[in-house]
Write a protein that binds this ligand. Structure first.
Ligand SMILES: [Zn+2]
Length: 229
């Protein structure tokens, strides 16, 4: 059987699969082909009125919404999210974003966006983590979709406490006033694709959508993972 030659760099710095930690072949990029194949894809972008879109009904008018992967506890999605948030390797986020972008570029509802905007992290959190994981996803998506990232058009104005132990109403109250459009951003009649890592209640994305819509933009949503089925 033909085996690809390892590069010198692979010999000294073995590249490992983000999903299963096995050594990657030369043509594999962050994920081995088995892991790539077994990703729990939602394919919601191919489905009008999918569960994500229904989540926003009566809350905010979203033109289309999707998540790339289903979240399952202790599954590969959780593992990838952990790598995205805590590995400190920015290429991980770019690579995952690229995978999302490749699927969305073939869907007219998403590929017609004028700009990608990642959900902004509060500056304090940005300082702690060193990077905004949603921005990395957006830049990776941009690479695949050839749509620019307009990171500076949406700002986070107040520090919100960790959201993990709060109920839906409290979360909404906590983030509902957190985002504003930057002065001078040209959002009138633009279609904005909002990007985040995980969708749970949708409160953060709803809070981001509102100021964009008030500035005259239509909003699409894409996240790396979601727990809705
Ligand atoms: Zn693997």
């Amino acid at each position: 059987m033909w085996k690809p030659l390892m590069s010198l760099a692979d010999l000294f710095y073995p590249r490992l699969c983000l999903g299963c930690s096995r050594n990657l072949h030369r043509h594999e990029n962050h994920l081995c082909w088995q892991c790539l194949h077994r990703l729990p894809r939602t394919r919601y972008h191919q489905q009008v009125d999918n569960p994500l879109e229904r989540l926003f009904w009566g809350r905010t008018q979203v033109k289309a919404a999707t998540s790339f992967l289903f979240f399952t506890k202790n599954g590969i999605t959780q593992h990838l999210l952990h790598q995205l948030k805590y590995s400190g390797q920015q290429e991980v986020g770019m690579r995952l974003g690229e995978l999302v972008g490749r699927e969305l570029q073939n869907e007219a509802r998403f590929s017609s966006a004028d700009a990608l905007i990642p959900v902004p992290l509060h500056p304090k959190k940005l300082q702690m983590r060193g990077y905004n994981q949603s921005a990395l996803l957006a830049y990776g998506m941009s690479r695949a979709m050839h749509i620019p990232v307009a990171e500076k058009w949406l700002l986070r104005q107040s520090f919100t406490e960790s959201q993990t132990r709060k109920g839906r109403y409290e979360r909404w109250e906590n983030v509902s006033e957190a985002f504003v459009c930057a002065q001078g951003s040209s959002l009138m009649n633009k279609t904005i694709l909002l990007v985040d890592d995980v969708l749970t209640t949708g409160a953060t994305l709803e809070a981001c959508a509102r100021p964009l819509q008030q500035a005259g933009a239509s909003v699409l949503i894409a996240t790396l993972a979601c727990s809705l089925r």
